[in-house]
Ligand binder design. Structure first.
Ligand SMILES: [Zn+2]
Length: 312
């Protein structure tokens, strides 16, 4: 048996020493390529590749949307782009500051890395702690990864890259500073993490679920033909919006009711998850996190209601 163990260790060593994301760009629309991550949580088995990144090959060069969870991912993305087109990378656009979307920036320091001012500020404040957490969760894949801040401040409106007019929208339901990009040539909507599809949404920086619900309505109104969520499969129908609206409304109501009944956090995280969300990955795990992020606000809101009631 020992030799088998030895053989196993020998065979698995090279893979551990040099983990490979094996990124394969998939064309989803004219000039438009997607690198679809898994809908799992960060793990040593996936190197943090739980995120969708994308690139658009314009006449002028390549526009990259989000850079992934690590330096290694950023480098792999750059290689994957080079296998797809001879055009140079000319621009990076970051949808928001979360680590799985921006820690590949190191591979793109030769081009403008654009983000909204709020995103840069959040990354300045939280980047180091988020990167540390990523090292803990995915280990070796992170080697050499450092936080690189955006080098260009984006403003909402239309920016043209070659023959692609990209409409940059400033929203805020997920982090307070969220960029969504509508490619007006193809109709592809890069929703960032305002849209999670078949994967439970995350709330560590959300200003509130009502803000997020308003963003979903605004996005759905745009003239899109395809939705690229930050996490989960692309869609050409309204299902991702419907799922987001259903899930956010449920989560909001759950916490309102809990606060009204005086439930504590321990009870809240054990709440039943409706059967219709069974296909959504990580719903229990993210319910626990969302309750810890957001429930104290609902409790405070309830206390205020009781307070003002007692004045009458
Ligand atoms: Zn995020």
């Amino acid at each position: 048996m020992r030799w088998m163990l030895l053989l196993f260790i020998t065979l698995s060593l090279p893979a551990l020493a040099d983990p490979d994301y094996a990124l394969k760009p998939r064309q989803i629309a004219e000039d438009t390529w997607l690198l679809e991550g898994s809908t799992d949580n960060f793990a040593k088995s996936n190197g943090g590749n739980i995120v969708n990144t994308a690139f658009i090959v314009t006449e002028k060069g390549v526009v990259v949307i989000d850079t992934g969870p690590s330096k290694r991912y950023g480098e792999a993305l750059r290689k994957a782009i080079a296998t797809t087109t001879d055009k140079p990378v000319i621009q990076v656009l970051l949808t928001h500051h979360h680590p799985d979307h921006v820690l590949g920036n190191q591979a793109f320091t030769d081009v403008p890395i654009g983000a909204f001012a709020g995103t840069t500020e959040l990354l300045r404040q939280q980047g180091e702690a988020m990167a540390e957490n990523m090292y803990r969760l995915v280990g070796d894949w992170m080697r050499g990864t450092e936080v690189v801040l955006p080098t260009q401040t984006l403003t909402p409106g239309v920016q043209s890259f070659g023959n692609h007019d990209l409409r940059l929208l400033s929203l805020g339901g997920h982090t307070g500073a969220d960029l969504t990009i509508l490619d007006q040539k193809t109709g592809v909507l890069f929703a960032g993490d305002l849209v999670f599809y078949q994967r439970a949404l995350t709330t560590p920086n959300s200003p509130g679920l009502s803000v997020w619900l308003a963003d979903i309505a605004a996005l759905q109104d745009l003239p899109w033909t395809m939705i690229v969520p930050g996490h989960g499969p692309v869609a050409t129908d309204t299902k991702p919006f419907e799922q987001m609206r259903d899930y956010l409304t449920w989560l909001d109501q759950l916490m309102r009711d809990g606060a009204a009944h005086g439930s504590d956090m321990a009870e809240m995280i054990r709440s039943p998850i409706p059967e219709r969300f069974a296909g959504i990955s990580l719903s229990r795990y993210e319910l626990i996190r969302s309750v810890s992020h957001l429930y104290p606000r609902y409790e405070r809101g309830q206390m205020r209601r009781v307070d003002s009631g007692s004045l009458n």
